[in-house]
Design a protein around this ligand. Structure first.
Ligand code: 4AD
Length: 428
């Protein structure tokens, strides 16, 4: 075993021998005594080096170590009021596992924060900062909270292919890939597959997987690869799907409050668990709010950035927009005259999820496809599933990074992905 304790575990002890490992965060030398601040994912430990104990030569060697070098130190833990952390470790020897080059890339491992570009280019260093790491620890717990809630509701986790033959959300945002002799695409959404699984009788499916969108624009809320949390459930309408969504989000926030107090504090997050059910407004009501704010918007249009801002200024909370015009929703949504059974989950001006009760009737589905200019022949595998016993079903797709952005309060979606894919970035 390379180490016996993390810094956080060592902090709980007094008088015991430990071996801690991590990175050199800082070194201060005060004559015959030196302090190395050792950092691991869990916190810090002060290593107090006394020249007469470690020996003159070693003292010189250790105090010349570069910042961010990887070391292990074995020694006794001692509680002390003098140390800022409340404890120190008194090592007799330090094991140098790997030396870091010096100087470090500008700003990246410092308190002085570099711009996001430089930070992402040096992500392995950037993530050593507590406030950067905290976002990803929170992301992990949010996902766990959602998954836990859904698995408890009898959803079964599946994985559908990401190399596919057709578009699901419209043809313009596809990445083409060469699949041996055939043309293929990276999947935009598991939409068609998760619906087919309803015909297969799986009843409730959950998928957490990357989705790819060849969006040309470079914004603070779009990625070209994001994690889509998708559900589909049978014998259900949009209200049932919305119930699962609000329940999942509330569970995620509860879990954060229980398990991520420290990270929430680091990021200055201040969440109360939202009360259930979330507010629901219809598209028509949302349109009314927008028009009252002096924005010119026709019935049947999607909300522009300006219109979303107007909505956000009224609604700083999670809320659903329901009963959308069918003409701006995808073909698989169940129509209701000129309206539809679709919904979006919003927070302020941001869309986090879209969902709907689906059209499960073959003839009507084909008719809607044609009216939207799609050729049913390109969807044969999908459509076949509707001819041999497709139950009524509903579901949604939630962009994990959009939710993490809202919950953590970071301003750019790239802050929520370790290695983001955007219009210009393919490395790292
Ligand atoms: O609204 P979208 O395109 O809907 C679907 O994919 C449907 N198949 C879902 C369903 O079951 N009806 O995408 C769903 C969510 C959006 O609300 C957003 O949170 C996220 O996926 N999303 C993106 N996130 C980051 N970057 C992008 N380019 C995104 N595109 C969509």
């Amino acid at each position: 075993m390379l180490r016996t304790h993390t810094t956080k575990e060592a902090a709980q002890l007094d008088g015991e021998e430990v071996k801690v490992c991590g990175w050199i965060h800082d070194i201060r030398v005060l004559g015959k005594i030196a302090f190395i601040i050792l950092r691991d994912r869990y916190g810090f430990a002060q290593l107090t080096l006394i020249r007469s104990i470690v020996g003159k030569e070693k003292f010189k060697e250790y105090t010349k170590l570069t910042r961010e070098s990887v070391i292990c130190a074995k020694g006794k833990v001692q509680k002390t009021k003098q140390a800022k952390l409340g404890f120190e470790i008194l090592p007799e020897e330090i094991e140098v596992l790997n030396r870091a080059e010096s100087p470090l890339p500008l700003g990246v491992a410092d308190k002085v924060s570099a711009d996001l570009e430089t930070r992402i280019e040096n992500r392995f260093l950037d993530l050593r900062k507590r406030e950067v790491l905290a976002v990803f620890e929170i992301r992990s717990t949010i996902l766990q909270g959602i998954r836990e809630y859904l698995l408890n509701q009898n959803f079964v986790e599946v994985h559908t292919p990401k190399i596919v033959a057709t578009a699901t959300e419209g043809g313009t945002e596809l990445f083409p890939v060469k699949y041996f002799e055939k043309d293929a695409y990276l999947n935009q959404s598991p939409q068609l597959y998760k619906q087919v699984l309803m015909a297969a009788g799986l009843d409730r499916v959950l998928e957490v997987a990357p989705a790819f969108r060849a969006e040309e624009h470079n914004t603070t809320r779009h990625l070209n690869e994001f994690i889509s949390i998708d559900i589909e459930m049978s014998f259900a309408d949009e209200e049932d799907a919305m119930y699962m969504l609000e329940g999942s989000i509330v569970n995620a926030i509860k879990k954060l409050k229980e398990e991520r107090k420290e990270e929430m504090e680091i990021l200055g997050m201040n969440w109360e668990v939202p009360s259930l059910p979330f507010k629901r407004i219809t598209y028509d009501e949302a349109l009314e709010i927008v028009r009252k704010k002096g924005i010119d918007m026709e019935w049947g249009e999607d909300f522009s950035t300006e219109a979303l801002k107007a909505l956000g200024s009224e609604l700083q909370e999670f809320y659903f927009i329901t009963r959308w015009p069918m003409e701006i929703k995808p073909f698989y949504v169940l129509p209701d005259g000129k309206y539809s059974h679709a919904f979006d989950l919003m927070y302020g001006e941001r869309e986090i999820t879209s969902g709907a009760q689906r059209n499960h009737v073959y003839e009507s589905l084909v008719e809607v496809m044609r009216s939207k200019g799609l050729n049913p022949e390109n969807f044969e595998y999908y459509l076949r599933a509707f001819r041999y016993g497709m139950p009524p079903h509903a579901g949604w797709g939630l962009g994990l990074e959009r939710l993490v952005m809202i919950i953590t309060g970071v301003k750019n979606i790239r802050e929520c992905v370790i290695f983001p894919r955007d219009r210009t970035r393919l490395v790292p």
